[in-house]
Design a protein around this ligand. Structure first.
Ligand SMILES: Nc1nc2c(c(=O)[nH]1)N[C@H]1C(S)=C(S)[C@@H](COP(=O)(O)OP(=O)(O)OC[C@H]3O[C@@H](n4cnc5c(=O)[nH]c(N)nc54)[C@H](O)[C@@H]3O)O[C@H]1N2
Ligand SMILES: Nc1nc2c(c(=O)[nH]1)N[C@H]1C(S)=C(S)[C@@H](COP(=O)(O)OP(=O)(O)OC[C@H]3O[C@@H](n4cnc5c(=O)[nH]c(N)nc54)[C@H](O)[C@@H]3O)O[C@H]1N2
Ligand SMILES: [Mo]
Length: 797
């Protein structure tokens, strides 16, 4: 039977009387405790409702979350008497091949424990202790919105609008509408704010790959890979990170015999589920392995000569841009003519720890299997050398002729259709033109005069003011997800620097503790929105308001609207729309701007629930390859630039004209390794989206926070299974149980990212938050983040 959305169904076996009694007993037991308010008891009893309870008048609503996890899964909320009693998902049998909407993953199945969590914030709260102490008092919404309006005005008037900053906040970025977006609207309408650029997710790839292609390398659509015989997943872990429809396509490919090779220091869940071969290498040494692969390909004459001649610049000495001295070409570099070092697999083996023969075979396999796709995830580029790694994968694709052809892959990894399919809200112009890299924000708090164009400042020669006010609406980037927390908090604790911090969240997160004003937002189940997949999916879904908010929880938009009224701009801010009407407006606007899509109206969407875009298979750079005369690449030469004159002119050894191996600062060749001999990487675990849902008890049970360490490294340190260990470097210390496992290669340790920072009285983190150890070092070109590049030592606690 086909699923009908919003159907009301009678439970087959439900005994309403018994169930209701059980429900009352659960609630009653709690109400008997005098110190629990009836509201808490109510919320807690909802959390206790077992799946079998109160099925009789059940309504099932298909919806989705708006978290930033890359996938929008079909989440079915079972509702009874205004309460979510259970979550299910699309049955396997109801797969529509035309519309392969994902089934809910472990996170989606646990949403009820998130939404009904007893620790959710309940009231607006004003800080009373020192900043960061986490002491607050309850205030009214009227007081809260008055305070925000006053501070926005005072700080804007005193220091200028550029003193107001809206921080990284991806908690609701999977939705078309969010408080964070509307905050920017309000800031724009009241003088402006200091904006930032750079995606901490994949900004290094986005900045580097245009030097090869003119525009950023984006993936092809995954349906073009059906005939691909070999896929190399290079630091890509979609079994856990999902990335839209990726697993749907990979699974089909696997069934059809595609060979998968995974290159990752960890034996990831993707390696366990797809890999025919796993190749572990030391983090940050990817370029050495790629150089050696190119060396093998070129010296064994396996490169695609016709393609190289027709479409590229910089391969050999005959094919170089003007004004560059001899021996700067790729071939000159690989064969050692340039620097005396021949980039053999034996050379790379010493650096990467990958056996030379494995590298040689991988190079041969990649070059001789046509077409083949080397698909790089974003993990390898969230490194200090990430720009070089991202560009090197474009060079490998180029010399093997895998660019612009069906079944190949040009490099990078991004959506094809824009991730923002829906026509967003038109933002009023920001009167502040200057923007900073996200990595500049701490300097802009400390002393903005030191944020110069060469440091990342854009559209201005200098900044006139330090950051004095920070908004963090659905983010945990003040003291959790941002690098070098111990350095950051010193800055935030100085109340003379940032004068006012407003945060909204569902929980008292480590970052929320640094708020001056902390606001309890509704969850996605208590608001209307549209859920959008990243570019690798091709549908959107209605995220419906299914339950009423409890306590004094309010959506960010609702309180922002009140602030707007107090600042005298309510009419321009809201245009008379409430939240649901804005969501309706977004759908209607998209219908106008995309008439070819034949989109449902908002009314229809409430029945239909989801819409699949018309997206024809897309091969990145296909036209540039099939008809280069009429579609030159948008590089200065009009060709694929293996050698980039633009990079050459920068003369920055961190971002060489040929993207080749350069030992990374705080990588395995750094002298610091004598003191801190292990590389630490973090990965995105399946049980949360970044730090979102950290507090969910079901998900904590799925995967406890541990440090992965290789048996050899553990033995050398007399560490045994079950031990607690300290992981430390000059920036901080974290303490967690170890997991001794061969799933991580020697010399490398790994933790899941997103655990909550939990310092004890000595400042030792007991939560397993890697960001007490990470560095704020910036990448050369993007001025981007390098969360993954760090050295540590581990000892038994
Ligand atoms: N379940 C889940 N899904 C998520 C998220 C989540 O938190 N949880 N977060 C979402 C977000 S915001 C983003 S940006 C994406 C991120 O997606 P990715 O950045 O692709 O995910 P990561 O797990 O950080 O990294 C992918 C792999 O790179 C490996 N790696 C690390 N360093 C290196 C290296 O130097 N070389 C090589 N070859 N491999 C390396 C890691 O071990 C990991 O397996 O995922 C999204 N999806
Ligand atoms: N060590 C290390 N650090 C990393 C990374 C890494 O790989 N390693 N990855 C980086 C990447 S790629 C990213 S994108 C960033 C992400 O960093 P953030 O943008 O800070 O993302 P989250 O940690 O998910 O924090 C989102 C917050 O929003 C809250 N939230 C959820 N839903 C709602 C809602 O409806 N309303 C409100 N108001 N709040 C809500 C959640 O409780 C959570 O506290 O982290 C980066 N940090
Ligand atoms: Mo991200």
């Amino acid at each position: 039977m086909k699923y009908k959305p919003n159907e009301t169904r009678e439970s087959e076996k439900g005994d309403f009387t018994v169930n209701r009694r059980r429900l009352l007993q659960a609630g009653g037991a709690l109400i008997a405790l005098p110190f629990i308010s009836s509201k808490i008891a109510n919320a807690t009893s909802k959390a206790l409702v077992s799946p079998s309870v109160a099925r009789r008048e059940e309504r099932i609503v298909q919806t989705c979350s708006t978290f930033d996890c890359g996938g929008k899964c079909d989440v079915r909320v079972h509702l009874s008497q205004g309460t979510v009693t259970r979550i299910s998902t699309r049955p396997d049998s109801a797969l529509d091949e035309q519309m392969p909407v994902m089934r809910a993953c472990v996170r989606g199945r646990a949403y009820r424990q998130f939404v009904y969590h007893p620790n959710r914030l309940k009231y607006p709260m004003l800080r009373v202790g020192k900043r960061g102490e986490g002491k607050f008092k309850r205030i009214s919404w009227d007081e809260a919105t008055t305070l925000i309006a006053e501070q926005m005005k005072r700080i804007g008037d005193t220091y200028g609008p550029a003193a107001r900053f809206a921080h990284v906040a991806t908690g609701v970025s999977g939705g078309s509408f969010s408080g964070d977006k509307m905050l920017k609207r309000l800031l724009n309408l009241t003088g402006g704010y200091l904006g930032y650029y750079h995606s901490v997710s994949m900004g290094n790839t986005a900045a580097a790959t245009p030097y090869t292609y003119g525009v950023a390398a984006s993936g092809s659509s995954l349906d073009t890979l059906s005939e691909t015989k070999l896929v190399i997943l290079w630091g890509h872990n979609p079994t856990e990170t999902i990335f839209g429809h990726t697993n749907y396509f990979y699974k089909k490919m696997k069934e059809n015999g595609t060979r998968f090779i995974v290159v990752d220091p960890r034996y990831s869940d993707t390696a366990t589920s797809y890999a025919d071969q796993w190749i572990p290498l030391l983090p940050t040494t990817d370029n050495a392995m790629m150089d050696a692969m190119m060396y093998v390909i070129v010296t064994e004459n396996l490169h695609d000569k016709a393609f190289i001649e027709r479409h590229t610049l910089g391969f050999d000495e005959q094919n170089m841009p003007e004004g560059v001295p001899a021996n700067e070409s790729l071939v000159a570099y690989l064969t050692g003519v340039k620097d005396g070092v021949v980039k053999t697999p034996e050379w790379a083996e010493k650096i990467t720890k990958v056996p030379a023969q494995t590298i040689r075979q991988l190079a041969r396999d990649y070059a001789t299997t046509k077409p083949a796709a080397l698909i790089q995830g974003w993990g390898p580029q969230r490194h200090i050398c990430g720009e070089r790694t991202a560009r090197a994968s474009t060079l490998l694709a180029t010399i093997t002729g895998n660019v612009g052809v069906k079944g190949g892959w040009a490099g990078g990894y991004g959506g094809i259709a824009s991730r923002k399919f829906m026509t967003g809200i038109v933002q009023p112009q920001n009167p502040v033109k200057a923007t900073i890299s996200i990595m500049n924000w701490m300097q802009a708090v400390e002393d903005a005069s030191k944020v110069r164009p060469e440091d990342g400042l854009k559209n201005a020669d200098k900044l006139d003011t330090n950051i004095k006010m920070i908004f963090s609406l659905a983010g945990n980037y003040l003291a959790n997800q941002n690098p070098d927390i111990n350095k950051t908090i010193k800055l935030l604790e100085d109340e003379s620097k940032v004068e006012f911090i407003v945060a909204s969240d569902l929980f008292l997160t480590p970052s929320a503790k640094y708020a001056d004003l902390l606001l309890p937002e509704t969850s996605f189940m208590e608001r209307w929105n549209i859920g959008e997949t990243w570019g690798t999916g091709s549908y959107f879904m209605l995220s419906e308001k299914v339950i009423e908010p409890d306590f004094e929880r309010r959506s960010d938009y609702e309180w922002l609207r009140e602030v707007a009224a107090k600042m005298g701009v309510e009419a321009a801010f809201s245009e008379g729309r409430d939240e649901k009407q804005w969501v309706e407006y977004i759908v209607e606007q998209t219908r106008v701007t995309r008439p070819e899509e034949n989109l449902p109206t908002f009314e229809q969407l409430q029945v239909q629930r989801q819409h699949l875009f018309k997206s024809a298979p897309h091969v990145a750079f296909e036209k540039n390859i099939t008809d280069p005369q009429n579609n030159p690449f948008t590089t200065p030469s009009g060709k694929i630039e293996i050698f980039s004159k633009r990079l050459y002119d920068m003369q920055n050894p961190e971002i060489p004209a040929l993207s080749h191996y350069v030992p990374a600062t705080e990588g395995p060749e750094d002298k610091l390794i004598e003191k801190y001999p292990l590389q630490l990487i973090t990965w995105k675990g399946k049980h949360r989206a970044n730090s979102t849902q950290y507090a969910n008890p079901w998900l904590q049970e799925v995967e406890p926070q541990t440090l992965w360490i290789n048996p050899q490294d553990a033995k050398n340190r007399q560490i045994v299974q079950g031990d607690e260990v300290q992981i430390y470097n000059d920036r901080g210390v974290s303490r967690v149980p170890v997991e001794i496992t061969s799933r991580i290669m020697p010399g490398v340790v790994a933790m899941r990212s997103g655990a909550w920072w939990n310092p004890d009285k000595d400042g030792v983190d007991r939560g397993g938050c890697a960001n007490v150890l990470t560095s704020t070092r910036m990448t050369a070109l993007a001025k981007g983040n390098s969360h993954q590049t760090l050295l540590v030592e581990v000892k038994k606690a």
